[in-house]
Write a protein that binds this ligand. Structure first.
Ligand code: ACM
Length: 639
C-alpha cells in the first residue's frame, strides 16, 4: 500500500488537581503487517516531566521536545488496530491545537525508523468553532494604498491612472538605478503584476522629477503630485522609500475594485518614526532556504522595515558556515533519530539539516543592502548552545555533572562555559569570520535564558568564581559578556543582545543595544541603566504567539494571546519619560519558528502582524488608524 502506514492521534483533557492535565494518544496501524516490540517517538512543546504517569505505555526518555514511549511488552498491533495510551505529568496545560505532537515516528524492532503522521491536538469535549475573525471590516478615510501610512498625506484622488511612472528627462543615473531597484522589488513580490515604472518616456506615463534635498534628513522624502510628480529626498534611503510609496499607490489603484486611487494632486511628507524598524527570524528551530529569506527581505523592504535580525544559532542548530569549524554545520545542524541531536519541533524519521554557506550570506546581505536593510547577525550564547556543544564537545567542562541544569526549553547543560579558554578561542575565530561577512556595526550575542543554576556543577566555573570573586551564574555571565564585548570591540563591533545581558552586573552600556522581550517594563529599566533599547515585548511583537484564545488558533501562548489589534495599537514608548526616550531606538517583530512547520503556518502567524509592527515603527501615533490598517493589511504580500 502507499501513503501513511501509521497515524498518531492525540487529545488533551484537564485533570482536577493537576494543572498540566493529560494526553491521550492513539496510534493506528494502517500497514499490511503486525508490529510489536517497537518504540514510538514524538516531538511536542507540551513536555512531560521526568517521570510521567503512563497508562498502557512505558516512558523511555525525553530530550527537550523529543519524547519516546514503548507499548506494553506483549502488545502486537495488527493491521487496522489502534494502540491507545495516556500520559500525565505535563509541565503545563495545552491551550491550542498546536500544543500536541508535531511529528512522530516508530522505531521497529530491527532498528528501522518509520514515519507516523500526526495531526492537530484535539481538546476532549471541545466543540467545533468557526475560525476567529482577526481583522474587522475596516474603513478608509482616504482612498490610497500605503503601508506603512506616511506622516502626512494630503492627497486628492483622480480618475487618471498612469500606465507607469518614469524618471523625468535629466534624472541622474543614480535616480534611474533607484527606480530600477524598486521595479525589481515589485516584480519579485508580484510576479504577474504590471510593472510600476519605466526608465524612459512612454504613452500615458507620468514623469518623476527627482530633487535632492539633504536638509530633509537621510530617510525622509516629499512627493508633490501633478502632471509631473516631484520627488524630493534627503538621501538615497529617502529616495528609495519615496519610490516604494509610489509603487504602493499604483499597486492599490490597480486593484480590481475602486477602493484605492492614484493621487491627481496633493502632497506626501514622510520620514520614519524610529531608526530601528526590525524583523527577526529564527532559522535555527526551522531552516529557511535562501529564497525564503530573500523573499522575507523583500516583504520587509515593501513595509519599509530596515533591520533584519538573523537568529542564526540556537540549541536546535547552528546555521552559519564557519570555515574554521566545519562540524558546526555538519553535526551542529542535523537532527534525526540516529544523530547526536534528536528530532525536535516537527522532525520525524528522516534527518533534517540545512545551513547558510558564506556565499549565501554574502548574497543575502547584498540583497538586503539594495533594500536599505541592515543585517544584524545573532549567535546565541552562552545559553542556547546545545548545537555548538554537540559539534564541539571539547568546549564542555568534562568534570561537570551531566544534566546538572536545564534550560527553560528542557535542554540539559546547554551553555558555553566562561571558565574554559577554548571558549574564547572559538568565539574569536567565529567573530573574525562574521565581521568579514556582516558589515553591521552590531553583533548580537543573544544572552537570553541562561538557567538559574547554570555552571554551578562545573569545577572550572567554580574555580573562576572563586578567583574573580564572582557571584553565581549571573556573576559569571556578566564576566563572560564583558569579555565578549571586549572581543567585539577589538574587531570594531558593538554588542547587541537580549535584555538578560544586563543581569549580574551586565556590560558597559556605552554603545550597547539590548532588546526588551520579557515584558514592556524591562525596556525602561534598561534605558535607565544607560543601554540603548529596542522594544520587542513578547506580549505584542512575538509573531509566534496565538492571535486568539480559540483552541483551533495555532501558535504559542506563554506570553499571552496577541491579536493583530493589540500588535497594532501597542505603543512601545509607553511610559518612557522624555529624558529616556532618546535611548529607545525602535521596535522589532520577532518570528520564532517553533510552530512554523510550513509556509502556510508562517503566513498565518506573521500576517497581518508584521505589517502592524511596520506601521508602529514608521507611522506617528496620531496617524495610526486601526480601521484603515484592517482594509490594507490583507493585501500585504506573503512569503
Ligand atoms: C527570547 O525570547 N528568549 C529572546
Amino acid at each position: 500500500m502507499s501513503g501513511s502506514l501509521f497515524r498518531l492521534e492525540n487529545s488533551w483533557h484537564p485533570i482536577e488537581g493537576d494543572e498540566g492535565g493529560g494526553f491521550v494518544f492513539t496510534m493506528v496501524n494502517l500497514s499490511d503487517h503486525p508490529v510489536s516490540d517497537f518504540k514510538l517517538a514524538y516531538t511536542s512543546l507540551t513536555r512531560v516531566k521526568d517521570a510521567p504517569a503512563c497508562g498502557n505505555a512505558r516512558f523511555l526518555r525525553r530530550n527537550a521536545n523529543f519524547h519516546q514511549f514503548a507499548p506494553p511488552e506483549d502488545l502486537v498491533l495488527h493491521p487496522g488496530e489502534a494502540w491507545r495510551f495516556t500520559v500525565q505529568g505535563l509541565w503545563r496545560p495545552a491551550r491550542h491545537r498546536t500544543d500536541g505532537a508535531k511529528s512522530a515516528y516508530l522505531t521497529l524492532a530491527e532498528g528501522r525508523h518509520v514515519p507516523v503522521t500526526v495531526d492537530d491536538l484535539l481538546l476532549e469535549g471541545g466543540r467545533s468553532e468557526a475560525a476567529p475573525k482577526l481583522l474587522p471590516e475596516g474603513r478608509l478615510d482616504q482612498p490610497f494604498f500605503m503601508q506603512p501610512w506616511p506622516v502626512k498625506a494630503e492627497l486628492q484622488p483622480g480618475p487618471a491612472l498612469p500606465v507607469v511612472l518614469y524618471p523625468a528627462h535629466g534624472s541622474m543615473l543614480e535616480d534611474m538605478r533607484a527606480v530600477e531597484a524598486v521595479n525589481q522589488l515589485y516584480h519579485r513580490l508580484f510576479a504577474v503584476a504590471h510593472q510600476p515604472f519605466c526608465l524612459t518616456k512612454t504613452a500615458d506615463a507620468r514623469p518623476i522629477a527627482f530633487t535632492p534635498e539633504p536638509a530633509l534628513g537621510k530617510d525622509a522624502y516629499r512627493l508633490h503630485f501633478g502632471e509631473t510628480i516631484t520627488l524630493a529626498y534627503g538621501d538615497a534611503a529617502g529616495r528609495h522609500y519615496a519610490l516604494v510609496t509610489l509603487a504602493q499607490l499604483l499597486f492599490g489603484a490597480r486593484q480590481p475594485d475602486d477602493r484605492f486611487w492614484f493621487p491627481a494632486s496633493g502632497l506626501i511628507e514622510d520620514c520614519p518614526r524610529y531608526g530601528w524598524r526590525g524583523c527577526h527570524l529564527d532559522v535555527s528551530r526551522q531552516f529557511y532556504p535562501v529564497s525564503a529569506v530573500a523573499r522575507l527581505l523583500d516583504i520587509m523592504g515593501w513595509l519599509k522595515l530596515n533591520i533584519f535580525h538573523w537568529h542564526l544559532t540556537d540549541d536546535e542548530a547552528w546555521r552559519l558556515e564557519i570555515k574554521a569549524f566545519p562540524p558546526l554545520t555538519t553535526t551542529g545542524v542535523l537532527r534525526g533519530p540516529d544523530e547526536p541531536m534528536l528530532p525536535q519541533l516537527g522532525n520525524g524519521a528522516e534527518p533534517v539539516g540545512g545551513f547558510y554557506t558564506q556565499e549565501d550570506v554574502r548574497t543575502l546581505v547584498a540583497h538586503a543592502e539594495r533594500l536599505f536593510i541592515e543585517v544584524v547577525p545573532e549567535i546565541d550564547i552562552p545559553g542556547h548552545s546545545t548545537a555548538i556543544l554537540t559539534a564541539l564537545p571539547e568546549l564542555a567542562d568534562g568534570q561537570e555533572a551531566p544534566d546538572s541544569y536545564r534550560s527553560v526549553q528542557g535542554y540539559p547543560n546547554n551553555a558555553l562555559n566562561p571558565a574554559i579558554d577554548k571558549t574564547y578561542d572559538f568565539l574569536g575565530t567565529v567573530f573574525d569570520e562574521m565581521v568579514r561577512l556582516f558589515p553591521s556595526k552590531l553583533v548580537h550575542i543573544g544572552g537570553d535564558e541562561v538557567a538559574a543554576n547554570t555552571w554551578m556543577a562545573s569545577p572550572l566555573a567554580r574555580a573562576l568564581m572563586e578567583r574573580e570573586g564572582l557571584d553565581g551564574t549571573f556573576g559569571l555571565q556578566s564576566w563572560f559578556m564583558k569579555r565578549v564585548q571586549a572581543m567585539l570591540k577589538a574587531r570594531g563591533r558593538q554588542l547587541a543582545g537580549w535584555d538578560e545581558v544586563s543581569h549580574g552586573g551586565g556590560v558597559d552600556p556605552q554603545g550597547t543595544l539590548l532588546m526588551a522581550w520579557q515584558k514592556p517594563e524591562v525596556g525602561m529599566a534598561l534605558a535607565e541603566q544607560g543601554y540603548d533599547v529596542v522594544m520587542t515585548p513578547g506580549q505584542a511583537y512575538y509573531l509566534d504567539m496565538v492571535q486568539d484564545e480559540a483552541w483551533q488558533e495555532p501558535g504559542a501562548s506563554w506570553a499571552g494571546t496577541v491579536p493583530p489589534h493589540h500588535t497594532y495599537i501597542y505603543e512601545a514608548e509607553g511610559d518612557f519619560p522624555e529624558a529616556l526616550k532618546p535611548r529607545l531606538k525602535g521596535v522589532q517583530a520577532c518570528i520564532w519558528s517553533e510552530h512554523v512547520l510550513s509556509r502556510d503556518y508562517f503566513n498565518h502567524l506573521v500576517f497581518p502582524r508584521l505589517a502592524a509592527v511596520a506601521e508602529a515603527a514608521w507611522t506617528p501615533k496620531e496617524q495610526k488608524d486601526w480601521l484603515r490598517f484592517a482594509v490594507l493589511a490583507p493585501l500585504t504580500p506573503k512569503l
